[in-house]
Structures are given as structure tokens and as C-alpha cells.
Design a protein. Sequence first.
Length: 140
Amino acid sequence: MADPQPMYPKSRRSDLLIDQVGDETIVYDQLRQEAHSLNRLASIVWRQNDGTRSVEELAELAGAELGAPADQSIIEYALDKLATAHLLEGGAITRRDVVRRMTFAGAAAVALPVVLSIAAPTAAMAASGPTPPPDPGEDF
């Protein structure tokens, strides 16, 4: 069976606040009020996604930047994580496709991409302050 047409993923850039901290990229999604921490590999993949590069080209770019070969399945895994975090435009990547094609063969030199996400409190929640501890003399 022939492979489907190559994917040309594109990173979402609107309504995001972006900061570089060492090798990691911190992305705050203003629409979803979520913060995402992208490790070095996920950062590279997200930064290079401009809608004109295939997964194969992204693997070559990531490998060159990391100084170690990056397998296409690792890039697809990164794209899946970025899509799950709503950091890609569109939804061309499915988890089933990624898992089906993932081999990790020859990818031992490259760490897995990591996207850690956390929901940020709204301004009203943040302004309310912590809940005081219960009075030790009260019955529960």
C-alpha cells in the first residue's frame, strides 16, 4: 500500500505568547488559557513547521540542529503531541497514523519530544487567593 500524500504541518502562531527558556520553549495559549513547555526536539519541530516542509524535511532539519539523526517516526510523534496541545493548524495528523508508523528504529540518539501542558487559572481564580485551612476546633 502506498503512503498517503506527504504532510505539510503548520504551527499555530495566533493568540500565543512565546518565550524561550534555555533549550525549552514556553507557549501560553491565550484562547485555551493553557501553558505548554516544549523540550528541545518538540521546540525544533514546532519552530520549523511553516506549512512548506514535509515530515521528512523536518526530520532532516531536526537532525542537523541536534547533531544526531532524527527518525521520521519521532517527528510524527512530536507532531501528534503538538496537535494534541492545539499548537498546530488543522488536524491532519491522527494518533492512529502515528502509532501505526512509529518504529523508533535508529532513533536512540534522539530523545523523545515532550510537550507538557498545564491549565492556567483565570484572572478571577488567581485573584481569589488560597483557601484558608480549617479551624482545628471545628467538627467535620
